[in-house]
Design a protein around this ligand. Structure first.
Ligand SMILES: CC(C)(COP(=O)(O)OP(=O)(O)OC[C@H]1O[C@@H](n2cnc3c(N)ncnc32)[C@H](O)[C@@H]1OP(=O)(O)O)[C@@H](O)C(=O)NCCC(=O)NCCS
Length: 165
């Protein structure tokens, strides 16, 4: 069976598996240290989702509720061998449902230039503000764009949709 499940990272194996995947995909290739994710931590309740294919962890997403009605998508990675199969889309769509169920009306992100096209496909648009610059990323040709998606909040969140879809 090729069942893809999107779930909250709720057990230690998922949490550490996702931490490893994020590092391998996002930061190891540009020479950043293993613990660098801590430096990118922002305040706010953290939301961590994993994508599992037949019990293998193939994708992960980290977001934070940075304001009353806003969620920031901080990190997103899909295993290199599993890209182009809709896993990234499913993770972001699950986050958007989660954001709506929490009464949020905006999901925003700092997109890498290499993934901005992916976010545009999903309906994100350029957001106001100045994107950060980071020499460690710039050395590898990585620049950033602020992007956002306005969403319809589900109100009180009482009818919270499940993450499995
Ligand atoms: C960006 C990433 C998460 C996309 O995940 P994915 O599972 O390969 O994407 P999907 O298969 O869900 O793609 C959804 C759509 O976006 C398109 N797409 C995917 N990656 C794209 C990219 N880098 N640029 C432009 N379009 C892209 C797909 O073609 C697909 O379009 P379609 O619906 O018309 O078929 C994945 O490529 C990845 O992990 N990249 C490296 C890490 C990274 O850049 N993370 C984001 C940091 S901001």
């Amino acid at each position: 069976m090729n069942t893809l499940l999107i779930q909250v990272a709720s057990n230690p194996a998922d949490v550490s598996g996702m931490d490893e995947l994020l590092w391998r995909v996002l930061w190891q290739p540009i020479g950043l240290p293993r613990q660098v994710r801590r430096r990118f931590l922002v305040a706010g309740e953290q939301i961590e989702l994993v994508a599992k294919q037949d019990d293998r962890l193939v994708g992960g997403l980290v977001a934070a509720k940075t304001a009353d009605a806003e969620i920031e998508l901080r990190h997103l990675a899909v295993s290199a061998s599993e890209r182009g199969r809709g896993i990234g889309r499913r993770l972001v769509e699950a986050l958007i449902r989660e954001a709506a169920s929490r009464g949020c009306n905006r999901v925003h992100t700092i997109a890498r230039n290499s993934s901005a096209g992916f976010f545009r496909k999903l309906g994100f648009r350029p957001a106001a503000g100045v994107a950060p610059e980071h020499p460690a990323f710039a050395r590898h040709g990585i620049t950033f764009e602020l992007m956002e998606m306005m969403i319809e909040s589900a109100g009180t969140g009482q009818a919270r949709p499940g993450l499995r879809d």
